[in-house]
Design a protein around this ligand. Structure first.
Ligand code: PAF
Length: 286
């Protein structure tokens, strides 16, 4: 596996690949890789000639200095995992290399970012859009792979690709979970054993809300049942739990036949903030 750190090297390398007629699959990450990331690498391998993975903890998308400082950085282990998963190129620039000039551009995704993550993490999606745009320009992929766990991020990137006419296909891959249901996340490494033990309750809460909706409860009743369930775990502090349209991400007051909705939440366990979501199959038109 080739490892590159400079913008000019990755730009030249992917340009050469394109000239050779190779299809490039791209998996952008912030490292501390887990099976969720590896499922994206394997999918990229299957559908492309060359797989490029970036590992870059992007300072521009952190609205909390401690979260940035404490974000796990494990480049050596990441490189080994990528090599074993069949990744061809690892691009791991330093923050100084990535942001040689102070970025002035700012993005506004309107309603899409006024809810959930965008509402609770000011500036977060601006930083995501900035770095993803830079990476797309550098790597020039044919396909780019993202995880469904960051559902709102995927919606923002879909909008970014449309608005800036990036010539690539976006692929959203299902959430990979631990055996006990906890959605895989690089932040899970920061949980204490006691926090780790209760963390799967987040997924259980989503399942409770899902079961209520499937049993024809109202959106409010479903949310209340999940919130009440989580309230019995004092280690956990729920930030939001929403039932939203799966594409626009706007809250839905009640389910409409044919509409695909997502149940989304964010919660703190101590200082560690976790998110999760569950897509609900559209109800048949009656
Ligand atoms: O999902 C992530 O890991 C990051 O937000 C991304 C897309 C790599 C941008 O830094």
């Amino acid at each position: 596996m080739l490892q590159l750190t400079s913008l000019s090297d990755i730009r030249q390398h992917t340009e050469r690949l394109r000239q050779q007629g190779k299809r490039i699959g791209f998996v952008p990450t912030m490292g501390a890789l887990h099976d969720g990331h590896l499922s994206l690498i394997r999918a990229a391998n299957r559908q492309n000639d060359v797989t490029v993975c970036s590992v870059f903890v992007n300072p521009a998308q952190f609205n909390n200095a401690d979260d940035y400082r404490l974000y796990p950085r494990l480049l050596g282990a990441d490189a080994e995992m990528l090599e074993q998963a069949g990744c061809d190129v690892l691009f791991a620039p330093s923050p100084e290399e990535m942001y040689r000039h102070q970025a002035k551009l700012s993005f506004d995704f309107g309603e899409l970012e006024r809810v959930m993550e965008g509402a609770h993490r000011p500036g977060h999606f601006n930083g995501v859009a900035l770095v993803v745009s830079k990476l797309f320009h550098l790597v020039k992929p044919h396909q780019a792979f993202f995880g469904q766990k960051d559902l709102q991020q995927f919606a923002i990137i879909r909008q970014l690709v449309q608005d800036l006419s990036f010539d690539l296909e976006l692929v959203c891959f299902p959430i990979i979970r631990e055996a006990d249901g906890l959605a895989m996340s690089s932040r899970n490494r920061r949980l204490t054993p006691a926090q780790r033990a209760v963390a799967p309750k987040l997924y259980e809460a989503l399942q409770i809300a899902q079961a209520k909706l499937q049993a024809a409860a109202s959106v409010e009743e479903a949310k209340q049942a999940a919130v009440a369930f989580l309230a019995s775990f004092p280690e956990m502090s729920l930030e939001y739990l929403e039932v939203v349209d799966a594409r626009s991400l706007q809250p839905v007051p009640d389910l409409t036949a044919g509409q695909e909705v997502a149940l989304c939440l964010a919660a703190f366990l101590g200082e560690v903030r976790l998110i999760d979501n569950l897509l609900l199959q559209p109800q048949a038109n009656s």
